[in-house]
Design a protein around this ligand. Structure first.
Ligand code: FAD
Length: 483
């Protein structure tokens, strides 16, 4: 009997899972395992919302595996000794996994592979997370790209060499692949992934309302997006008040869907002729690839600015302003709606992510790293590559970034992207009775309008934490010092 361990990480799916698929083809026995490894916590421990998702996604995967006559073995401990012990218990001669493309974890995986191979255990690593190896796309002079559009062009040119060019794999055939006896497994609940109540409130209630983690739910959402939203994606995607984007990010992050499945499904739906909506959407999928390309080449950018001159930027530490931003109490309705959406449902619309990140770094001059950490802890899709790129983009210090001197005005952004005020009213209910012409700048509303809407500034809703025009001037002065 030949036995293979499949080490599942953020590829929590049966379909289009190259490591699992190959193991089931090549071996008599397949032992799927998930390891909660402390060395991963040393890198970037998944935040609270990600852990909530992971808990439910593991349950879903366990059920899916059991319905195929297999199991999900759960272990905690350092990767190398845990895998070695499991190989001894099961008699496995091979360990397969899909690559993660997070530099610290890739190094860890390479060390584990060396250690296992010293013990005569073969290892195999597969591509399932990205459409293209982030190392394999190069500029004509041989280096990494720093600008998205040429990256996209090159990506398109290489399309036939990417994972996108081949159809997704079917579900691994696990029939008759159970080992003669299963090794011990911990309970998923023993990993302690569910959040404790914060300030006595059930923090996860909003997450449960909005999301259903798991592979099946990911496909359901994908089908809904393709049927109902894809055609209008190019126009609706900038409206946080609408259900206009795919909301696939947590499924892609946890690997319940693969980018190849999403890419191919869009192509199939479009039947060979991509409309504006489909083309714009696929470009977003390539932004995800671009973020991994940057992380691969610049692993230090999770904490350091890509543009060196920003190392001397005169950021300000202001714990009170940071807390007001985190809690959605800045007095700017579009900012507060976004931050409350994030806390309530673990996700924020992309346009609003850009606006709140600009506000933190430019209006409040708070280091972008504080914002990235808060997002990391509260997003169900918290992803080291995309989050790092998003924050560096907003702060002006990253690749292809919004120039620092382009500072979003939170009032006009609100008016433009939430024209009926439905988004603000949903997440900032204390402003629900304000007429829309005053909704995005309540401090400018006449006293009578505020009274009629039961709004008392400084009491029922905060005064603005800063004056945007003054804050803008200060930000530009700060930028002058490093220009
Ligand atoms: P859609 O608009 O439907 O896009 C489809 C998919 O394309 C997304 O699911 C995502 O995988 C990818 N994508 C879209 N936009 C981007 C982008 N700008 N960069 C990289 N990939 C993109 N995305 C994350 O997945 N995790 C993060 O931690 C994250 N942090 C961000 C932080 C900031 C400050 C900013 C400005 C953006 C961040 N993004 C992050 C990117 C983007 O906001 C989300 O991917 C998107 O909002 C997810 O919603 P969706 O699935 O409906 O996106």
């Amino acid at each position: 009997m030949r036995t293979c361990i499949v080490w599942l990480r953020n590829d929590l799916r049966l379909r289009d899972n190259p490591a699992l698929y190959q193991a089931a083809r090549e071996f008599d026995e397949v032992v799927p395992v998930f390891i909660w490894a402390p060395e991963e916590e040393r890198a970037w421990k998944p935040g609270g919302a990600q852990c909530w998702w992971l808990h439910h996604s593991l349950h879903s995967l366990k059920q899916d595996l059991e319905s195929k006559g297999s199991r999900l073995i759960i272990r905690s401990g350092e990767g190398a000794p845990t895998l070695t012990a499991l190989a001894e218990e099961t008699g496995a001669t091979s360990v397969f996994w899909n690559r993660r493309h997070v530099p610290a974890l890739d190094t860890r995986d390479a060390n584990i592979a060396e250690e296992l191979e010293r013990l005569n255990i073969e290892t195999g690593s597969f591509e399932g997370r990205l459409l293209h190896d982030p190392d394999a796309i190069e500029t004509t002079s041989g280096g990494p790209y720093h600008v998205y559009t040429p990256f996209w062009r090159k990506f398109n040119k290489l399309l036939d060499e990417t994972l996108a060019a081949t159809p997704p794999l079917p579900a691994a055939d696990l029939k008759d692949r159970a080992p003669a006896s299963w090794p011990e497994s911990s309970a998923i609940s023993a990993l302690g992934l569910l959040p404790e109540a914060r300030d006595g409130t059930d923090w996860a209630a909003g997450l449960r309302r909005m999301w259903t983690p798991g592979e099946e739910a990911g496909h359901t959402r994908l089908a809904h997006f393709l049927d109902e939203l894809l055609n209008d994606y190019d126009t609706a995607r900038d409206r946080p008040d609408l259900d206009g984007t795919s909301r696939l990010s947590p499924y892609l992050h946890h690997g319940e869907l693969s980018p190849r499945q999403v890419w191919n499904a869009v192509q199939e739906t479009s039947n060979g002729s991509l409309g504006e909506g489909a083309e714009t959407f696929l470009k977003e999928i390539v932004w995800r690839e671009f973020s991994y390309h940057l992380l691969h080449h610049y692993p230090e950018t999770t904490t350091n600015p890509l543009k060196d001159k920003f190392a001397n930027f005169p950021w300000e530490e202001d714990a009170d302003a940071l807390a007001r931003w985190q809690q959605g109490r800045t007095g700017y309705p579009i900012i507060d709606a976004g931050m409350r959406q994030l806390y309530e449902v673990g996700w924020m619309h992309n346009r609003v992510r850009m606006i709140v990140a600009s506000f933190l770094t430019k209006d409040l001059l708070i280091p972008w790293q504080h914002g990235a950490r808060w997002f990391w802890d509260t997003l169900v899709d918290g992803d080291l590559a995309s989050n790092t790129m998003g924050w560096q983009w907003a702060a002006g210090c990253g690749a292809d970034a919004q120039p620092f001197f382009r500072i979003f005005n939170p009032v006009t952004q609100g008016q433009r992207h939430d024209p009926d005020g439905a988004y603000v009213k949903r997440y900032v209910p204390e402003l629900a009775d304000l007429p829309v012409e005053h909704l995005h700048a309540p401090w400018e509303a006449p006293a009578e309008v505020l009274r009629n809407a039961n709004v008392k500034l400084g009491d029922t809703y905060p005064e603005p934490v800063v004056d945007h025009s003054e804050a803008r001037e200060q930000a530009l002065e700060a930028y002058e010092r490093i220009k």
